[in-house]
Write a protein that binds this ligand. Structure first.
Ligand SMILES: Nc1ncnc2c1ncn2[C@@H]1O[C@H](COP(=O)(O)OP(=O)(O)OP(=O)(O)O)[C@@H](O)[C@H]1O
Length: 257
């Protein structure tokens, strides 16, 4: 069957189950993710949000004793099934973590890291990629005069934008963000949220957030997880104004979680 919706999907997750040893952490997840949309993942602590997002670039494989069944189709290829090139996958599916984690290197070298891993060595080409990525995250004006200074000297919000630039420098299709603003002050948070809205013109973004206002501000779709199950996935406006499942309603109205 070929339908227009299929071509809009960058990920199509089908019947995904995941176990940490005996612990069944993701249960029968069916989850399409559309291109150039922001999808927010919400749910109470321990419901499986981080686990789920880490399956999308197989960062989860770094955790011992993880077992998965089902399919994670990325651009119509099941990354669980095939001999997948992890370096290539992670080039296409970049990730940003809760706390900006720049390498103890210069600002320039942090952003150039990914392209260098992928074999780009010409200074002119690297310069172009670094400048473009720093401009994309609106950091260029703040750092252009100190590109050789240590990245760890930047503020928390700047470090997080630098890490987003580092992820963008390899020109990914998808950007995964695991609670990217939870360690930031309100102004830096706002800047990252504005950035997300700009980046979605070019990238598909999946963001885990504890902050429901944030989910409603930045996302097109919202997925509510509970105890390893995907309870509801819908447009963000529907999830927050007219959820179909009483458990979603209970969570967004603060009755639990
Ligand atoms: N490395 C691991 N080994 C064993 N169990 C794990 C591991 N990582 C997570 N879990 C368990 O899997 C479940 C889902 O955890 P996960 O971190 O995905 O939840 P979360 O929704 O992201 O939580 P939080 O909002 O607190 O970050 C939890 O019960 C957790 O204890």
């Amino acid at each position: 069957m070929s339908t227009p919706t299929l071509t809009r999907q960058v990920f199509d997750i089908m019947d995904l189950n995941l176990w940490y040893g005996d612990h069944h952490a993701l249960k029968n997840i069916n989850f399409p993710i559309n291109k150039k949309e922001v999808t927010a993942i919400i749910g109470p602590s321990g419901c499986g949000k981080s686990t789920f997002i880490k399956t999308l670039n197989l960062m989860i494989n770094m955790v011992p004793k993880v077992k998965m069944t089902g399919e994670i189709n990325f651009n119509e290829k099941n990354i669980l099934d095939e001999k997948i090139d992890l370096v290539e996958l992670r080039k296409n599916v970049g990730m940003v973590f809760q706390k900006g984690n720049p390498f103890p290197q210069s600002i320039y070298d942090n952003v150039a890291y990914g392209p260098r891993v992928h074999g780009i060595t010409k200074k002119k080409h690297l310069d172009e990629l670094v400048i473009k990525a720093l401009m994309d995250v609106a950091l260029w004006e703040e750092v252009k005069d100190r590109l050789t200074a240590p990245a760890l000297g930047l503020s928390g919000g700047q470090q997080q934008r630098l890490c987003i630039a580092r992820a963008l420098a390899t020109k990914p299709d998808v950007l995964l963000m695991d609670e990217p603003t939870s360690a930031l002050d309100p102004i830096s948070t706002l800047k990252i949220e504005e950035l997300i809205l700009e980046l979605k013109e070019k990238y598909t973004i999946v963001i885990v957030t504890h902050n429901m206002q944030q989910a409603s501000r930045v996302s097109d779709k919202t997925a509510f997880f509970l105890m390893g199950e995907l309870i509801e996935l819908d447009s963000t406006s529907t999830i927050f104004s007219n959820p179909k499942d009483s458990r979603t309603e209970g969570y967004i109205t603060g009755r639990f979680g």
